[in-house]
Design a protein around this ligand. Structure first.
Ligand code: NAD
Length: 257
């Protein structure tokens, strides 16, 4: 179905609390491209300060919301604020995620549930709330979820089995949603990053770590969060309406499929 986006429209982005994370690069880029934003994260102070900064920097409406994407009540409360304070929700970018370096035998049920809660349950709850509004508005929309090459190759470097399982779940959720939401003019795709230079492992990657992570990558380097933002920007655009249910590797050619 072909739909037309509202002139004033909101992109919802999760995982924007980390200063060097992918979420902030996506938010900056989409704000500059004219989107109003709702930026969400568990880290309340960080996300509220970031929203203030971005509002000043771009002149766009930017609402910072402290939210836990894995908690249905928190997600509903966040969307209730967007309904009251922002233009119609037209794009959702799910970036909240946590790494898990645990091996198969170290993966307790508690750790596994925590990883799944953020990446899989969080993606599901956010998609349900956003897609309901896109359907009710009749204007279609774009959803971009975040998987990882770990879902394909099993990881082994900084994240292992639990993370691989959670990021594989994201792919299944993406494809199911793409099929169900397509008739409403809503597309749903996944980005599949290789190693990106952020603090997801608890701090900046050392030069040695970057060099070892670059092994097997034809472009011989790790990726930058701004490069992921460029891909997301394309996928949430109105002109990307025939791209649906896809998984887009952004890994310097490590996986060629
Ligand atoms: P990051 O750690 O910089 O940012 C992740 C953000 O998610 C943090 O601000 C964190 O507070 C937030 N978050 C965690 N749990 C949350 C919850 N329950 N509710 C709301 N927010 C929550 O990480 P990043 O590197 O920017 O990663 C962004 C996404 O990209 C993640 O899903 C990650 O798994 C994925 N990814 C990253 C890489 C990489 O190499 N950095 C590679 C592949 C995929």
């Amino acid at each position: 179905m072909t739909t037309t986006f509202p002139e004033q429209r909101t992109a919802v982005i999760t995982g924007t609390g980390s200063e060097r994370g992918i979420g902030r690069h996506v938010a900056r880029r989409l704000a500059r491209e004219g989107w109003a934003l709702a930026v969400l994260d568990l880290k309340a102070d960080a996300v509220l300060a970031f929203a203030d900064e971005l509002r000043t920097e771009t002149g766009q409406p930017v609402l910072g919301i402290a939210a836990d994407v894995a908690d249905p009540a928190s997600v509903e409360a966040a969307f209730a604020r967007m309904d009251a304070e922002l233009p119609p929700v037209t794009a959702l970018v799910n970036l909240a995620g946590i790494a898990s370096p645990h091996t198969l035998f170290d993966l307790t049920k508690e750790i596994w549930t925590g990883v799944m809660d953020v990446s899989a349950t969080g993606t599901l709850l956010m998609m349900q709330a956003a897609a309901r509004r896109m359907i009710d508005g009749g204007h279609g929309g774009r959803i971009v979820n975040t998987s990882s090459i770990t879902a394909y190759d099993g990881g082994g470097t900084f994240s292992k089995t639990g993370y691989a399982g959670a990021k594989a779940a994201v792919l299944g959720l993406t494809r199911g949603a793409a099929r169900e939401l397509g008739p409403h003019g809503i597309t749903c795709n996944a980005v599949v990053p290789g190693p990106i230079d952020t603090d997801i492992m608890g701090g900046p990657l050392s030069d040695g770590r970057k060099a070892s992570l670059s092994g097997g990558i034809p472009v011989q380097r790790v990726g930058q969060p701004s490069e992921v933002a460029a891909l997301v920007s394309f996928l949430v655009g109105e002109e990307a309406g025939f791209i649906n249910g896809g998984s887009y590797f952004i890994d310097g050619g490590k996986h060629m499929v």
